[in-house]
Design a binder for this molecule. Structure first.
Ligand code: FES
Length: 251
């Protein structure tokens, strides 16, 4: 049983109990009280400079597509098919005019609009049975940007991003406005951290990021880069819409 008052008292004495780093109860509390409400950075606009560019990012258990649509608008949408919830985008980054669900091949434009449903007439009774018009991948509950940094919140009633950032925006300005050209993000940078030199000992998730950031000055921690993100070669090369199926209007 978690003894939060005792943990808080320890922290106030400058002592952080080691178990907080991988305590599932604390993680559950953070999930509900912090990450489910906070604004979370998911991508930078420079990662998706051209129409169709996208990256896929996770917040808690949900996968999101951050994409620049054909009109140049940056959107963040749940990576979840409207049909049965399958992830419609399986690559981590790329460029695509459409996302096609691998399960039953429902197809969405890169602005999220449903474009094609195979066997729409035969299986669903056409527009009378399943209206495609107005259907769209679900947007993140709240989305906003600051200096090109794209944030989302899982709380639809989240306070405005600028108010939430408060004085911390000073530090973001410091890092993101160092030159008139602004910031360009090359990434993502991914690291595997371990407390053992042979990477055999798992590292609690809270220690991984600091260890990766500070590996050069932490003799007890080791970090090494992971393989490059997985791109979808077909989606990366193709700027053409996915082939239309019978009864759908993929353009
Ligand atoms: S779950 Fe996506 S098409 Fe069926």
């Amino acid at each position: 049983m978690l003894d939060l008052p005792a943990i808080v008292a320890d922290v106030r004495r400058g002592m952080i109990p080691a178990h907080v780093y991988n305590d599932p109860e604390i993680f559950a509390l953070e999930r509900d009280r912090l990450f489910a409400r906070a604004w979370v950075f998911v991508a930078h606009e420079s990662e998706i400079p051209a129409p169709g560019d996208y990256v896929v990012r996770r917040v808690l258990a949900d996968s999101f597509i951050a994409v620049r649509d054909e009109a140049g608008t940056v959107r963040v949408m749940f990576n979840m098919c409207l049909h049965k919830g399958m992830q419609v985008c399986r690559a981590e980054m790329g460029n695509a005019s459409h996302f096609r669900c691998p399960y039953h091949a429902w197809t969405y434009r890169n602005d999220g609009r449903l474009a094609g449903v195979p066997f729409h007439g035969e299986a669903y009774g056409g527009e009378d049975g399943l209206a495609r018009t107005g259907q769209s991948l679900l947007p993140a509950p709240s989305t906003d940007t600051y200096n090109g940094l794209i944030f989302i919140s899982l709380d639809a009633d989240a306070p405005p991003l600028r108010r939430w950032l408060g004085d911390f925006s000073f530090y973001l300005d410091l890092y993101t406005r160092q030159t008139p050209a602004g910031l360009e993000l090359r990434g993502p940078q991914r690291w595997r951290a371990s407390t053992s030199p042979d990477y055999a000992t798992p590292t609690p998730w809270r220690r991984s990021a600091p260890a990766a950031c500070a590996w050069w000055r932490s003799p007890g921690a080791a970090a090494r880069p992971l393989p490059a993100p997985r791109r979808s070669p077909r989606a990366w090369r193709s700027r053409r819409p996915v082939r239309a199926w019978s009864g759908c209007d993929t353009g």
